[in-house]
Design a protein around this ligand. Structure first.
Ligand code: GLA
Length: 715
């Protein structure tokens, strides 16, 4: 709400600086007959009164427009918060029903009306008090300034005189805001749907919303000025004034005259408001966690193609993997990208500063490789580093962000992993958002993966995922994975410990990336593979494999291709599941998924056994995990591929979990009839008190030693 308040203030104040001169022209055209048109009014005012003339009456709204807009957005944001007490993620606003946007914008209108009526009146009186633009002498003016105007109005017309014209303002603002915010939010949704969620379209939405709203209120705006201005009209009713104005020779002209200076405050304010926030907003990509194949953890920086012809970083490797993705069922299951990692470049840029792919290992060049993947229905990802050099010592993007972004776009790259080696940490908050802007500027949709927070692991206070999420579609935040249980376990521990920080900042378009799937590699058993896949799917984590798809065992391939597990990962809600119960060996995770009914959701349940030698029997009563829907849940065991039938909240889920293994269940709402309560949205989940560890730990019914805060370190 504070953000709403401040953004409203900034937008109001800034909008006025540009908008006020136009507003003055508009006010004069509406109320005086001294000008033949906009330009005439503009030049005459400038000539006779210099620039100050255009800023007449500006002091009051300048001080107050900020406050006014603050009130509007304060009440707007506040009303939405009241309707959704659980919301923590401001972006969830985009999922709200239109009727709520409407209701909230009416609240905003009402709150600002109180101060707005006298302020508008003073402003208008000052703007138009010079009936004839040739009168320039101060002593011929009615009011010396805003305070004088306020005082005189009070003196002549009493306290209620300050609110003359208020009735029209009431209609005007309610009608105006009926269009303003709903049109803005509605257009954003439309643009988002069409993947046009960028700064330019945000501004367009703001501009259209302002203009639509202006068109809708223009006649009332004219009427308002009459009521403010003429004492004789003030005794009439609003309708009487309207009739009178029509009766004047000009007919309806005055009502449409004011349409012309369209780029006025009403249009500029939302434009500027959006300009402020739009510089770093999402690109509309990666609505579900990215899935694909990446070379690093399986092939690292192997350059010796003579010794390892099928295991070195060359174009053949990526072509082979593209072939496998396309022919072995991975693509259909959702693994749609081939990602080149480090060590693909020549050691030097070319004469124009452009990156060059290693001429021996990538003789066809990167664009050809991108096209090879595209013709197989796949996307193409590339690796760079924000620093002076990549982690492997190849040329980094520092000083070349623009050129590199354009190069990648020219090569038809669809995804960029931007690493963070060899750069001063202080530069990260500058460089990563800058690259996002450079990528956007190319006009090519490129998913943007940042390693920014991974390099700040020792400075957690510098990591603000809300900020990172504004620039990056996904981000690494912990150590590199390797093909060992110890590594998988350490990532899970890190994520468990930081779940309160991670969960609210994770969702469509902005994902925490715990690093690659190492399933199918030497050192990783079937149980470990099931464990990694289970937890990654519970987290809605990117599923990017790093293995050798040419020789992978069938049992591992089946784990990777398990459609039920993938559906949990790719669930459109995009919620990161939470560890809700924990013992030394066992961790139980719960993740809200679709189908939903109102605020009720289905769930995925993951149970991890960290013990490396003993299988564990786990018994858990559904309601203790937050599965409280009375009609119960249809429960399926994802790995066993069995149907456990319908379980009620008081029923126990019982399962045996292998050492270093996991179980995964899908519990779908039985009663999916829409409930009368408010709809589910992303912000609900992290704030639901039931998911707070403390409560659940106290109510847990798990076998094993109870130690709520023990995050096992035994691998
Ligand atoms: C870093 C990244 C890895 C990999 C290497 C390449 O360590 O975290 O994923 O890209 O760099 O050098």
């Amino acid at each position: 709400m504070l953000a709403d308040f401040l953004a409203g203030w900034a937008a109001g104040g800034a909008g006025l600086l540009i908008g006020h001169p136009l507003d003055t022209v508009k006010a004069r055209l509406q109320t005086m007959n001294a000008y033949s048109g906009i330009l005439d009014c503009f030049t005459k005012t400038l000539r006779n009164e210099s620039v100050g003339g255009l800023y007449k009456g500006m002091l009051v709204p300048f001080l107050s427009a900020g406050a006014q807009h603050s009130l509007i957005f304060l009440a707007y944001g506040g009303a939405l918060k009241l309707l959704h007490p659980g919301e923590s993620n401001v972006d969830a606003r985009k999922d709200l029903p239109m009727r709520e946007i409407l209701l909230a914008s009416i609240c905003g209108t009402m709150l600002q009306l109180g101060p707005a009526i006298p302020i508008e009146m003073v402003k208008t009186k000052l703007q138009v008090q010079r009936e004839n633009a040739t009168l320039a002498r101060k002593d011929q003016l009615l009011y010396r300034g805003p305070v004088d105007c306020l005082f005189k109005t009070y003196q002549y017309n009493g306290f209620m005189g300050l609110f003359k014209g208020g009735q029209v303002m009431f209609y005007r603002d309610n009608i105006g805001f009926l269009f303003y915010l709903p049109v803005y939010e509605g257009l954003l949704r439309l643009f988002r749907k069409n993947d046009l969620d960028n700064a330019a379209f945000q501004m367009l939405a703001g501009g259209i919303a302002g203009s639509t709203s202006w068109f809708s209120i223009c006649p009332l705006e004219v009427l308002k000025k009459i009521e403010f201005r003429r004492i004789k009209y003030m005794r009439r009713s609003t309708c009487g004034n309207w009739r009178e104005k029509f009766d004047e020779k000009k007919g309806s002209r005055p009502f449409i005259e004011a349409v012309w200076p369209l780029p006025n405050m009403w249009s500029l304010t939302p434009l500027l408001l959006t300009l402020g926030v739009a510089v770093a907003l999402e690109n509309g990509l990666a609505r579900t966690p990215p899935m694909g194949w990446m070379s690093w953890t399986a092939f690292y920086c192997e350059l010796n193609c003579t010794k390892y012809p099928t295991g070195c970083i060359n174009e053949r490797l990526y072509m082979d993997m593209a072939d496998r993705l396309a022919s072995d069922g991975y693509r259909e299951a959702g693994y749609v990208s081939v990602h080149v990692d480090d060590c693909w470049m020549e050691r030097n840029r070319d004469g124009a500063g452009v990156l060059v792919a290693d001429r021996e290992r990538f003789p066809s060049g990167m664009q050809a490789l991108a096209q090879y993947t595209h013709t197989r229905g796949l996307k193409f990802g590339i690796y760079e580093d924000y620093g002076t050099l990549t982690c492997g010592g190849y040329p980094g993007s520092y000083g070349y962000l623009k050129i590199d972004a354009q190069t990648f776009a020219n090569w038809e790259v669809d995804y960029l992993k931007l690493d963070g080696c060899n750069i001063n940490l202080d530069l990260m908050p500058i460089g990563y958002p800058q690259m996002e802007r450079e990528l956007n500027a190319t006009g090519r949709p490129i998913v943007y993966s940042c390693s920014w927070p991974a390099y700040l692991i020792d400075h957690p206070h510098l990591v603000n995922y809300h900020v990172i999420g504004k620039s990056c579609n996904l981000w690494r935040n912990f150590d590199d994975i390797n093909s060992s249980w110890k590594s998988i376990q350490s990532i899970i521990n890190y994520y468990d410990h930081n779940q309160d920080k991670h969960i609210p900042t994770h969702g469509p378009g902005r994902w925490h990336d715990p690093d690659m799937l190492v399933i199918g590699n030497k050192g990783i058993t079937v149980d470990m593979s099931i464990a990694q896949m289970t937890i990654w799917c519970i987290w809605s984590a990117p599923l990017i494999m790093s293995n050798d798809l040419r020789i992978i065992g069938k049992e591992f391939r089946e784990i990777l291709l398990n459609r039920e597990a993938i559906a949990i990962d790719q669930d459109p809600l995009g919620v990161m599941g939470r560890l809700v119960a924990n013992t030394t060996d066992i961790g139980v995770y719960v993740k809200p998924i679709t189908p939903t009914a109102g605020s009720r959701t289905s769930f995925a349940i993951g149970i991890l056994n960290r013990n490396i030698t003993n299988a564990k029997t786990v018994e858990v009563v559904l309601w203790t995990l937050g599965l409280k829907d009375e009609a119960g849940y249809r429960v399926k065991d994802v790995w066993e591929k069995s149907d456990l039938g319908i379980l009620k909240p008081s029923d126990k889920l019982r399962t045996q979990v292998n050492p270093t293994g996991a179980a995964l269940f899908r519990a779908e709402l039985v009663n999916q009839a829409p409930s009368p309560d408010r709809p589910f949205f992303f912000g609900d989940v992290p704030n639901d008190a039931f998911f707070r560890p403390g409560r659940v730990f106290n109510e847990r019914k798990l076998s094993g030693n109870y130690n709520p805060y023990a995050f096992s370190n035994e691998y």
